[in-house]
Design a protein around this ligand. Sequence first.
Ligand SMILES: Cc1cc2nc3c(=O)[nH]c(=O)nc-3n(C[C@H](O)[C@H](O)[C@H](O)COP(=O)(O)OP(=O)(O)OC[C@H]3O[C@@H](n4cnc5c(N)ncnc54)[C@H](O)[C@@H]3O)c2cc1C
Length: 220
Amino acid sequence: MNTWNDLKYVETVVIDNINLAQDAFILRFKRNFSFKAGQVVGLGVKTDIEPRLYSIASGENDEYIEILYTEKLDGKLTPMLSILRKGDKILVTNPFGTFTEYSDSPVCISTGTGIAPFISMIKSGKGTNPTFIHGIRTPEYFYFEDILREKLKDNYTQCCSGLNSPKFFNGRVTKYLTENPVNPSKKYYLCGVAEMVVEVRDILISKGIPYGNIISEIYF
Ligand SMILES: Cc1cc2nc3c(=O)[nH]c(=O)nc-3n(C[C@H](O)[C@H](O)[C@H](O)COP(=O)(O)OP(=O)(O)OC[C@H]3O[C@@H](n4cnc5c(N)ncnc54)[C@H](O)[C@@H]3O)c2cc1C
């Protein structure tokens, strides 16, 4: 894990901390840097807890920075993030990361908050004609659902593993990919926890997607 001494950081001001679902939030804060969609920042509230990394979920030209996070009740940082209010101070590193090159017609596969870099891509007008496959347990975690339905139409697949409903694919992203065709000429962008990324990558390779067409960002 990076330490605060390894990274350049500044103190910045919270603009809002929006509660999207029971344990899911969007933290919005003042920006003082430029970034590319797909990059991450290190965040903290004080230097005695090492920075945690978060994908930027706002657009490259937005006035502010947003990150999408879930609170881990037994975690060190996120319980502190969840009580931040407008005007509070946070520590933010310069943006970094290489999950930033999106081909045309990218297939963006994510679970949970792993959708954040793809939201930034959409808000930044990158990655022409994308397809999104997003997996969550229950529907309140379909972050940015309205924008995505409007922008992506049939290219937006919602996989819901914890509730059977005709509105969604019922099951995990991995089940969806196993049961549906893939396109070896497209690039596949994966973002989420390691188990999901590895499982999805194996399914894609077994269905003929070249290894070089699979690009991933792992949350740990
Ligand atoms: C590149 C990258 C991008 C990321 N982007 C996002 C994002 O956009 N949104 C988001 O919500 N998260 C993201 N993450 C995850 C994020 O960095 C934090 O890990 C997460 O928010 C938890 O932080 P925390 O301090 O609350 O929990 P931590 O204190 O780090 O603990 C996390 C979990 O691990 C368990 N744990 C801690 N220590 C141990 C141990 N020694 N043994 C076993 N279990 C342990 C805890 O009980 C807890 O459940 C990203 C991670 C990476 C690497």
